[in-house]
Design a protein around this ligand. Structure first.
Ligand SMILES: O=C1O[C@H]([C@@H](O)CO)C(O)=C1O
Length: 544
């Protein structure tokens, strides 16, 4: 089946957390319309850029774009940006069932509100290996009152201005900023605006809900819970998980999970659903109402918000990471050996006085000519042809201290992977430029799912640690966290011809250079549509 959507992207004044700001919307909405389809369907999105002075591109997060690598929506990698007043047609197949996302992949527009959810159902007649009565999607996000321009200008200035903690957390596009904190200095905040009434999820006592939870935060790692209710994790990034029970779900930007929740508590009241920031010392949190029918949906629960886990306790987060395994009967065992291992040291750096993030001391910059077009049309002068490094100085580098020489280099070089080979990536976290500090980084790979082979704390030891890789039942994902001062190992097969970004899903970190690009089998990619062209050295290639 073909499912067609006609979208217009525009700025509109919105008050998702009671504070009015210009948000980037799709057909007037943020989050945008949900895409609901069945496995094997073709999605066609006719996207009009109705922003007056900004380009746009939309990435279909978790969709592998098999045979359509030019539809990945990654500006600078797979396509030229869509110019103001232009219309671009995305067309791709959703080949696997599961919970996915879409969002802007141009500059830092995602945090201005350009995002939504994709739900791919099984083929007609097929059923899931678990039971539920109803299916719901919610997206968690963090929200900033400053514009994407002001935030990105601060990050790219010699007088570095960090984006800081968000003003609120949004659950399905709704949050609550405390208007008292701005007092009468502005009329932009209105606590009784119905737009910022909490999101309510109404449940029928006794029924079981499949909650598809996705995070598209700009920065924050979150802990999500529903007061007094257990959750059973059954899906992660489109793959079935061997079920396990939790009281709170740690979720990092770019991840999706399905949890089963049964409305089995006292039905005469409502309960809080809450999203609390972890890994950073932030006081901002978000809440929604888990409403038991027929209790009034606007009635506040009689309790205070659950306090949630302590923000800097890494142990329970690591424990959740370890607990996620492929579901029995749905295990795709990984190849037992890899052909190449790339160790990626994640550091915060400076380049020429600018604050940056780097991988093996190389800070990524997007070229003007998208890689995919440059490779196919032999425009190889468009970016640095040297290979970025496959590792760092394992012996000499102390991951527990700020970088002794924080200077990195800027590059747009890409990794070329031999087609169909097995690639291991070890993401190695380290201390930031601030003493005794290491952050959580969710890494997202385009065009693939990877096996998560292991996690650890401290410096990855190629001998000892790789012997403990889970080669039996690792989960496959497209986004995975690297914990503070820790490492995460993943494996994938470079079998999807194209050029794919791999980056920290913290929007500002990718913007500051925390990412790489992989090329694989580009010679197998068919003729590129001219609609993706027109920028950089492809000027004039666009034929309307
Ligand atoms: O990139 C970042 O900059 C700030 C801080 O390190 C600035 O000092 C921070 O928390 C980041 O994640």
């Amino acid at each position: 089946r073909v499912r067609r959507y006609k979208w217009e992207v525009k700025y509109e004044l919105k008050s998702p957390d009671c504070y009015k700001k210009l948000a980037i919307t799709i057909n007037g909405r943020s989050p945008g319309p949900s895409i609901v389809a069945r496995q094997g369907d073709t999605i066609i999105v006719e996207l009009k850029n109705g922003l007056f002075t900004e380009n746009v591109a939309i990435h279909w997060h978790g969709i592998r774009q098999i045979k359509t690598p030019w539809m990945d929506g990654t500006e600078g990698v797979t396509q030229c940006p869509i110019l103001p007043s232009d219309t671009f047609v995305y067309k791709f197949v959703v080949d696997r069932p599961g919970t996915y996302l879409y969002h802007a992949h141009y500059g830092m527009q995602r945090e201005a509100g350009l995002y939504g959810s994709i739900r791919v159902l099984l083929k007609e007649g097929e059923s899931e290996p678990f039971r539920y009565d109803y299916d719901r999607s919610i997206i968690l996000n963090d929200w900033y009152h400053k514009s994407t321009h002001e935030l990105s200008l601060g990050l790219t200035s010699i007088n570095f201005a960090w984006i800081n903690e968000p003003q609120s957390i949004l659950i399905q596009g709704r949050g609550k900023f405390d208007c008292n904190t701005v007092g009468t200095t502005t009329t932009l905040c209105n606590a009784s605006n119905p737009e910022c009434a909490p999101y309510t999820m109404t449940v029928v006592p006794g029924k079981t809900y499949r909650l598809r939870i996705g995070s598209l935060t700009a920065l924050s790692a979150l802990s999500f819970e529903i007061e007094g209710h257990n959750m059973t994790v059954v899906e992660a990034d489109g793959h079935y998980v061997e079920p396990f029970i939790i009281t709170n779900l740690f979720i990092y930007s770019g991840e999706t999970y399905s949890v089963l929740v049964t409305a089995d508590q006292d039905p005469s009241r409502n309960y809080w659903a809450s999203a609390k920031i972890v890994s950073r010392n932030s006081t901002t949190n978000g809440f929604a109402i888990f409403n038991y029918y027929p209790t009034h949906p606007r009635r506040d629960p009689p309790t205070i918000l659950p306090p949630g886990p302590h923000w800097d306790d890494v142990a329970p987060r690591l424990a959740q990471s370890y607990a996620i395994k492929a579901r029995r009967g749905f295990i795709y065992p990984p190849p037992q050996k890899s052909d190449r291992t790339i160790v990626m040291l994640n550091t915060q750096n400076t380049v020429g006085g600018y604050r940056r993030w780097s991988v093996n001391n190389v800070s990524f910059n997007m070229p003007h000519t998208p890689y995919l077009i440059a490779y196919k049309h032999n425009l190889l002068h468009a970016f640095d042809q040297r290979q970025p490094p496959d590792g760092y100085d394992f012996v000499g580098y102390n991951i527990f201290a700020p970088p002794p020489n924080p200077n990195a280099t800027i590059s747009n070089a890409a990794y070329r992977l031999e087609f169909n080979t097995i690639v291991d990536i070890v993401l190695q976290n380290a201390n930031t430029m601030n003493a005794k500090n290491s952050e959580t980084h969710p890494w997202h790979l385009h065009g693939h799912d990877f096996w998560v082979l292991g996690y650890g704390l401290g410096k990855f030891d190629a001998g000892k640690d790789s012997e403990r890789f889970n080669l039996v039942d690792p989960i496959m994902k497209n986004t995975v966290a690297v914990h503070p001062f820790g490492w995460t190992a993943l494996r994938f097969r470079a079998d999807n011809p194209g050029v794919w970004a791999f980056h920290c899903h913290i929007e500002s970190h990718f913007f500051m250079g925390m990412g790489v690009v992989f090329e694989e089998g580009v010679e197998r990619v068919g003729e590129l549509p001219s609609s993706i062209m027109g920028c950089g050295d492809t000027k004039g290639f666009y034929k309307p």
